[in-house]
Design a protein around this ligand. Structure first.
Ligand code: GLN
Ligand code: ZN
Length: 784
């Protein structure tokens, strides 16, 4: 663990000192917890299933932490984080630290153990879990604290201190990381029964005493630095919210005396007012900024940086998998060094590496050239250190020139550039790509052809995926099953799903997506410009991880992707069969996207590929085509000032996919959330004929948009039941919900459908639920 010490031990002590302080001005904001092969996931799930003990789980976790710390120490990182490990989520860890356990979990004080902790995270037999929501604009989800005036805070989890000591015992001095007190409150919600208007920030003086206790213990344990993550500083905060930072850090100042404090911000440029607040905080030694996303922060620093303070310059991207352009970063760092001073610059990651894949070493199947363009968390550590060394005059020429060669190969590689695609994408900007006829006239034309009953029923696409089905797919991929056998098996599955829907008397059918493992991967595998990893997992929530495809080049569609299966499905029925596609914005938002051109450019390219697919489906006689944009909202920039631009190209990309179809072809889209009151005009601007949306957990919110008088003429199917739960809704219950919708929406535009795909459910749940859904629709048709 002490490589750097042993190599310098023979030198005179002054030199050793200077090497240690100058050569290693490097810092990592945070590190993935899952492990290079998702070791934590499997340990957690085995523990939850009672197949292993708490001790087994703790052992796996401790081993992972030790290997991460050792890896960073070996690489030469100076500021190594601790307490960025978590059994579930760092915000939940903070809730535990503060003893802010909602009363329903029956916690009676003392140190919070696995029981209470995992009950809050996942619920238990008698109590549901706490709410989970997206962590800023990432695909990571945190557990939302539930707070109110009654909460009695107490120091109830010593995890931060224990991890610090654990690292120290291994010979690694770390920077303990805490979610900052103000961000913690800003990310909370009022508990049930607490008035919505309750000021969460008013709790600040109640949580600070706990923070002070933690700080005191960390000091006593030998900490010299402490990191507070205050990412909410990059949001659009008002003066009152900014004032909370000033207040909190003044209140902490005396407790923090003797410690170096760094406040980390990330995920976007920091607004001017927040920058002023941050750099005026008392008792703070340094500030961390994300210098990858946006460029305005750089200008702010150039415009003025407090003297004597440390700048943690986040130049290595924590949210992507591309190797850093080291030469470019080094020149940025040198410019910054000129401003903040030689001893005050620390090379860092743009944010926690939690949001990138873990270790490229395990990618044995990736093409060699593409692999040379990539850096996962383990490689990013090495990049950070290489930059820090170079900045202090110890440039590793070999490492830099290998990096420069990889950058050059990426720039010039023919597998990246496809001129025809670039030209076609560039030409798109001159037109709006709107269908010629307006939506109500189109709906009329479609109805003549489709002849659907009122309140037509449909589903979102996927049907349950049995173990047998997954096995066939897997074995076909591994070439253990012949193409012929595979096609036969999938055909049978489609036929079964079609027959079931006919029996249930559903109006617009789906083929069930049995050939798809994942709605983005399935398309990525058939498009040019995509690569796939074996172990490139990123934590989404708890033990759940996703493996985003890598878009490395211009995207094109060598041949039709879904026409074969959709045509077969349509041949099994006289009812309309929906063609089922994933939209460009969703493919983009759920992939690792190239950073050598704007996201919008890549999105337009995908849109063109999907457009060709839409038109091929239409030619093959498919009259209803659903283009899922499950993740459109996810890409929404954090700051209001950036949102219109995003929505504009995202919605434009969607329209491109289907502007060329006949009036009689019905375009559906689907979205996996209902929080779109603020973007409703963009959704209308997508100009789909029918939109199905997740809604089952918040009827009121969604419907209030329409109650507020938003003009909506297209078809709409707010999900009538929650597919995320195994519960089977009754006919009455579904009818009741449809009635609520009818009170707000015209009956001739309302569709009846579940709120998302049925892939994760069992047939024993799906059959009765859909049967009740159809019964409810039929019941209400008689009452219209
Ligand atoms: N068509 C997809 C399915 O049914 C949509 C999934 C989603 O919205 N996440 O599985
Ligand atoms: Zn969905």
């Amino acid at each position: 663990l002490s490589l750097s010490f042993s190599f310098s031990a023979k030198r005179p002590s002054f030199l050793r000192f200077s090497l240690l302080t100058r050569a290693m001005a490097s810092h990592i904001v945070g590190y993935p917890r899952m492990g290079p092969k998702r070791e934590l996931k499997f340990a957690l799930e085995s523990f939850w299933d009672k197949k292993s003990s708490a001790e087994d789980l703790k052992k796996v976790a401790a081993d992972l932490r030790a290997s991460i710390w050792k890896q960073m120490a070996d690489a030469g990182i100076k500021h190594i984080p601790s307490n960025t490990f978590s059994y579930y989520d760092q915000v939940l860890d903070t809730t535990a630290m503060l003893g802010a356990v909602p009363p329903r979990y029956g916690w009676s004080g003392g140190e919070i153990g696995f029981d209470v902790y995992f009950s809050m995270a996942r619920g238990n037999a008698s109590v549901p879990a706490m709410e989970m929501t997206k962590w800023f604009d990432t695909n990571y989800h945190y557990i939302v604290p539930e707070l109110g005036p009654e909460v009695k805070f107490s120091y109830a989890s010593h995890k931060a201190v224990e991890e610090f000591k654990e690292a120290k015992a291994l010979g690694v001095d770390t920077v303990p990381v805490l979610v900052g007190p103000v961000s913690y409150l800003l990310l909370s919600k009022p508990a049930k029964g607490v008035e919505k208007s309750f000021s969460l920030l008013s709790l600040i003086d109640k949580i600070l005493p706990v923070y002070k206790e933690v700080v005191a213990e960390l000091k006593a344990a030998g900490a010299t630095w402490i990191q507070f993550d205050e990412p909410t500083l990059v949001l659009d905060l008002d003066a009152h919210q900014l004032e909370a930072f000033t207040h909190a850090y003044s209140a902490l100042e005396s407790s923090l005396a003797g410690l170096h404090v760094v406040i980390e911000t990330y995920f976007a440029d920091i607004p001017v007012a927040a920058y002023k607040t941050l750099t005026s905080l008392k008792g703070v030694a340094g500030y961390g900024f994300d210098l990858v996303r946006g460029t305005q922060t750089l200008d702010l620093i150039k415009g003025g940086f407090p003297s004597g303070k440390y700048l943690f310059a986040g130049v290595v991207d924590g949210r992507n998998i591309w190797a850093n352009d080291l030469a470019a970063s080094l020149s940025t760092l040198k410019a910054l060094e000129g401003i903040v001073g030689k001893d005050k610059i620390v090379v860092s990651t743009s944010c926690s590496l939690l949001h990138t894949a873990v270790d490229l070493v395990n990618e044995t199947k990736l093409d060699k050239e593409i692999k040379s363009w990539l850096a996962f968390a383990a490689q990013k550590i090495v990049e950070v250190n290489a930059l820090a060394k170079a900045l202090s005059g110890h440039k590793d020429e070999e490492f830099f020139s290998a990096n420069a060669a990889a950058q050059a190969s990426r720039k010039s590689s023919p597998r990246v550039t496809n001129e025809a695609v670039q030209k076609a994408a560039a030409a798109l900007k001159s037109s709006e790509h709107r269908r010629a006829t307006n939506v109500s006239a189109r709906l009329d034309a479609q109805q003549k052809k489709l002849n659907l009953p009122s309140l037509p029923t449909t589903t979102i696409g996927s049907f349950p995926q049995t173990l047998e089905l997954r096995r066939v797919r897997r074995e076909y991929k591994a070439k253990k099953v012949s193409e012929e056998e595979y096609v036969k098996a999938i055909k049978e599955e489609i036929n079964k799903v079609v027959k079931l829907q006919e029996e249930l008397d559903i109006d617009v059918l789906v083929h069930g997506e049995p050939e798809r493992n994942d709605m983005v991967e399935y398309f990525g595998e058939q498009l040019s410009g995509f690569a796939f990893t074996v172990n490139g997992w990123v934590q989404s929530y708890g033990s759940r991880c996703v493996k985003p495809p890598i878009i490395y080049g211009d995207v094109s569609r060598p041949k039709p992707m879904t026409v074969f299966w959709s045509s077969i499905a349509q041949s099994f029925t006289k009812r309309p069969m929906k063609g089922m596609l994933t939209g460009p914005v969703t493919i983009l938002n759920w992939s690792f996207v190239r950073n050598d051109q704007p996201r919008s450019e890549t999105c337009y390219q995908i849109a063109l590929a999907i457009k060709d697919e839409v038109e091929d489906l239409e030619k093959a006689g498919i009259t209803v085509i659903q283009i899922d944009e499950a993740a459109l909202r996810e890409g929404l920039p954090l700051r209001k000032s950036d949102q219109a631009f995003y929505l504009n190209w995202a919605v434009h990309s969607f329209r491109i996919t289907n502007c060329g179809v006949h009036d009689t072809t019905q375009i559906h889209t689907h979205m996996c959330y209902s929080h779109f009151n603020d973007i409703i005009h963009s959704i209308i601007d997508m100009d789909a004929d029918v939109i199905t949306i997740e809604n089952s957990r918040s009827d009121e919110k969604l419907l209030s948009v329409f109650r507020d008088g938003v003009k909506y003429g297209a078809g709409i199917g707010p999900g009538v039941y929650d597919i995320h739960s195994p519960r089977i809704p009754s006919t009455e219950e579904i009818a009741d919900r449809i009635n609520k919708m009818l009170a707000v929406l015209e009956s001739n535009i309302l569709w009846v459908n579940p709120d998302c795909g049925l892939k994760t459910r069992k047939y024993s749940e799906v059959k009765p639920a859909l049967s009740n859904m159809v019964a409810a629709a039929k019941l209400l048709r008689t009452q219209l």
